[in-house]
Design a protein around this ligand. Sequence first.
Ligand code: CP
Ligand code: NVA
Length: 300
Amino acid sequence: MAIRHFLTLLDLNSQELISLITRATELKHAHWRGEIHELLKHRTLGMIFDKSSTRTRVSFEVGMAQLGGHALFLSPRDTQLGRGEPIEDSARVLSRMVDCIMVRTFEHRNIVHFSKNSQVPIINGLTDRFHPCQLLADMQTWQEHRGDIKGATVAWIGDGNNMCNSYINAAQRFDFQLRVACPEGFEPEHDIVQVAAQRVQIMRDPMEAVHNADLVVTDVWTSMGQEEEQKRRLKAFAPYQVTPTIMAQANQDALFMHCLPAHRGEEVSNEVLEGPQSVVWDEAGNRLHAQKALLEFLLC
Ligand code: CP
Ligand code: NVA
């Protein structure tokens, strides 16, 4: 059977994604009941991190432990990848030793190149273009709080970044309407929008985007690797902070999500992040369960 990779949400079809997030909730409840499901006993996940991480690293490492397997943290500081060993050589070597590889890196084309040289499934743990694992957790969190997201209206406020691109993929696969409010010059990539054109609208005004929305989502204004642009970004994004005034435009029972880490006082006010509509802690916790379901899907 051909190996499956998870480089973007579009690598799975809608039915597979819905089953996966439903399974994530099942695995969560099983874990809470103290049941042991060693579905990946003696299997190993390699984790390559070219960028920092708290949630992604811990959730994959704990997830593998709970499934009876093992995870290896591979930093460019200590591996030959960091000293210039070619991606294709590293992929061919590592995939002969481990059962699955998670990669967090900068350029998306590097993970594509890695996957083409791998004998085992590759999982995107974030690139400059996409963050699909986060979307599994976000969709699971929505389903647990509100049920089916089909037909709902989601407002993305802020940068047209990797998370926004993955929300566009999600709009297509989970069949919801996505309104993206971003400043000029910070739109999501045109080719990604085009594929989901029926479900995505790009606008400037955050108030218009959140009007009657069911879910409001944002992310940092300066992503990892963009630190030099911070000053320019702070200025451009100033009108895009998610505040109680913005949330008041959304539906009364609207939820607020953020992949974290959050910068209080920049993309979101403390009141919203800590407020009753925020589900960010459930969302972060679900990274563990969603990725366990993903590992099971790819490896069992
Ligand atoms: N949301 C997320 O991916 O967090 P980390 O950068 O901490 O992994
Ligand atoms: N857009 C952010 C997400 C961090 C989880 C970044 O790429 O830094």
